[in-house]
Design a protein around this ligand. Structure first.
Ligand SMILES: Nc1nc2c(ncn2[C@@H]2O[C@H](COP(=O)(O)OP(=O)(O)OP(=O)(O)O)[C@@H](O)[C@H]2O)c(=O)[nH]1
Ligand SMILES: [Mg+2]
Length: 542
């Protein structure tokens, strides 16, 4: 995701709401000729932003924490030019005084939700609609977006404009950076991540998905679009495989655009999509009813998003609305008592100039006032204050997406990919052993051999790597490993291999902590393999 992305707060003060009834909207939006192009033109611009090995000292888009809890009155700082240390000390004092009164602990589960799927399936429209239906976009803002969309000849993208805020995204009608927002229901709190569907932005998509617990795979039921997005290539398959590898626990498959004139809530079309998708998703590792469910919906009209469908609209569907399905998911299992692991997605200065880490706690807890270590380098840092998208908290538990103001490090010595730990340090290595599931190799490099160079994406780290050894071929069905070392492997096979990374990275074996032990390998614009770390560090002598 874009580490510099501004949190979505069009109207911060909006009260948390229980789902509102879906608004009555005009009929289906006009389909424009360009609405379904998965252009081959390689997208330019912000895709590079994902390679955040070096965090920019001055973010292009200043980060705007939602109502900052680190706010201090102006006269607290008599001399603005004073040493940074002094400013930080003042900050801490202030924080200590106000700590008790401002802390808001919320017992509701926090869930990280990512919208994935082929380009133009409707991910941003659904995300924007959620913001609207949870009362976070006021009428005036919507009117402005309606006008902007009309001016750019993209009337039907009005809800997508709520999430797609950059000029590039609006001009193209495509998400580039992962959009981020927060919403709540009576039962849960959600961080929403709106991933781009275009194949050129897969690295950005991986960044967002790597923080998610639950994914909503958005499928367009519109005539021709389901076919392009799933049957004839498209990003549907790659996204589904990616989220499974990355550690997403539940998949909701939203068959979207059911209102479209080519669909008109047809049960036949819905069943066709479901029956074609099911075998593929099962093969990917999702089991219907257990960790996967389908539902029909329309992001554009808001139908079946917050409240279940009425019989007048759709007499044949008995299931829940999107929000009903999300709220009913079992609580995500969290490793509260495990050693602390929080991969750093970004480090920036908050509005008072205090270095602040952004990331998701994957295991363990972070408590204000305690000292921790940032790896690599074992840099000791103190957690001065913690805030989520909506409130200040004292303890961040696994699953929380937080910003932590720290003392002891800053953007000069810490960047994305570092991991915040307690005394129990995360392994930091330049060699790993892993099981790789080979995806689609290119025509030019159709055989994967020792010496293959790729880019590894693991939690918030992106690094160059090389496959140094193929150890054994693994049978996909039986998991049996060959005794003989393979000299090469092809697309669709599974192999145990050793990898060497250009710089030490923080990883855990998959069996210890899945989130720090799953990765993807990319080569150019392709995801060539997905992997699970089986051992860390140099090869052990036998
Ligand atoms: N009829 C109809 N059109 C929809 C619906 N949802 C989205 N669309 C249209 O589909 C087009 C693409 O919508 P987006 O929300 O930008 O799609 P996306 O999946 O975010 O696309 P990328 O970000 O490029 O991957 C727009 O013209 C939307 O109006 C829907 O439920 N019904
Ligand atoms: Mg989008």
């Amino acid at each position: 995701m874009n580490p510099n992305a501004v949190s979505f707060v069009p109207r911060f003060a909006a009260a948390a709401q229980t789902p509102a009834p879906a608004p009555v909207k005009p009929a289906a939006p006009p389909a424009t000729a360009e609405s379904w192009e998965d252009n081959d033109d390689e997208p330019k611009g912000k895709v590079e932003a994902f390679h955040y090995t070096a965090a920019p000292s001055t973010p292009e888009v200043p980060h705007q924490p939602t109502e900052s809890v680190f706010k201090i009155e102006e006269d607290d700082f008599e001399d603005e030019d004073d040493q940074e240390e002094e400013a930080v000390t003042q900050e801490i004092k202030k924080l200590e005084v106000k700590e008790e009164e401002k802390v808001v602990e919320d017992a509701r589960e926090h869930v990280n939700l990512v919208f994935i799927g082929h380009v133009d399936a409707g991910k941003s429209t659904i995300s924007g609609q959620i913001m609207l239906l949870t009362g976070q976009v006021d009428e005036r803002t919507l009117q402005k977006y309606t006008k902007d969309a009309k001016d750019q000849n993209r009337e039907s993208w009005v809800f997508a404009y709520i999430m797609d805020t950059s000029e590039e995204e609006r001009a193209k009608g495509k998400t580039v950076e992962v959009g981020r927002a927060h919403f709540e229901t009576a039962k849960k709190r959600y961080t929403l991540l709106d991933a781009p569907g275009h194949k050129g932005y897969v690295p950005n998509m991986i960044g967002g998905a790597s923080q998610a617990d639950v994914a909503v795979l958005v499928i367009s039921a519109r005539k021709g679009e389901f076919e392009t997005g799933f049957e004839k290539g498209g990003q549907t398959r790659e996204h589904a495989r990616l989220v499974k590898t990355i550690g997403v626990k539940y998949l909701i498959v939203a068959i979207n655009k059911m209102d479209d004139p080519t669909v008109e809530w047809s049960q036949e079309r819905y069943d066709e999509c479901v029956s074609k998708l099911t075998p593929f998703l099962k093969a990917t590792g999702f089991t219907p009813k257990k960790d996967m469910q389908f539902l029909p919906m329309s992001g554009y009209t808001g139908l079946n998003m917050m409240t279940p469908l009425t019989k007048e609209i759709c007499p044949w569907f008995e299931g829940p609305s999107l929000m009903g399905a999300l709220d009913a998911l079992p609580a995500v299992e969290r490793k509260v008592d495990a050693p602390l692991r929080m991969p750093v997605v970004d480090i920036f200065r908050n509005d008072r100039g205090v270095p602040t880490l952004m990331g998701k706690v994957e295991a363990g807890t972070v408590v204000v006032g305690q000292t921790y270590n940032l790896m690599p380098g074992k840099i000791a840092v103190e957690a001065l204050a913690i805030e989520t998208d909506i409130s200040k908290i004292k303890t961040a538990r696994p699953g929380e997406n937080v910003r932590i103001a720290i003392r002891g490090a800053d953007e000069s010595n810490v960047s994305a990919g570092f991991v915040l730990c307690d005394k129990d340090l995360v392994p930091c290595v330049s060699e790993i052993e892993a099981i790789l599931v080979i995806q689609e190799l290119s025509k030019e490099k159709s055989l994967l051999t020792a010496g293959y160079e790729a880019i590894i994406h693991i939690h918030s780290t992106v690094e160059d790597c090389v496959i140094t050894e193929l150890i054994s071929q693994v049978d996909m069905k039986t998991n049996q490993e060959s005794k003989k070392k393979p000299t090469f492997v092809k697309s669709g096979s599974m192999v145990r291999a050793r990898l060497s990374v250009s710089k030490p990275i923080c990883v855990e074996p998959f069996s210890v902590l899945a989130q720090l032990g799953r990765f993807t390998l990319r080569d150019g614009t392709k995801t060539i393999a997905m992997g699970k770390v089986t051992a860390v560090g140099p090869k052990k002598a036998k």
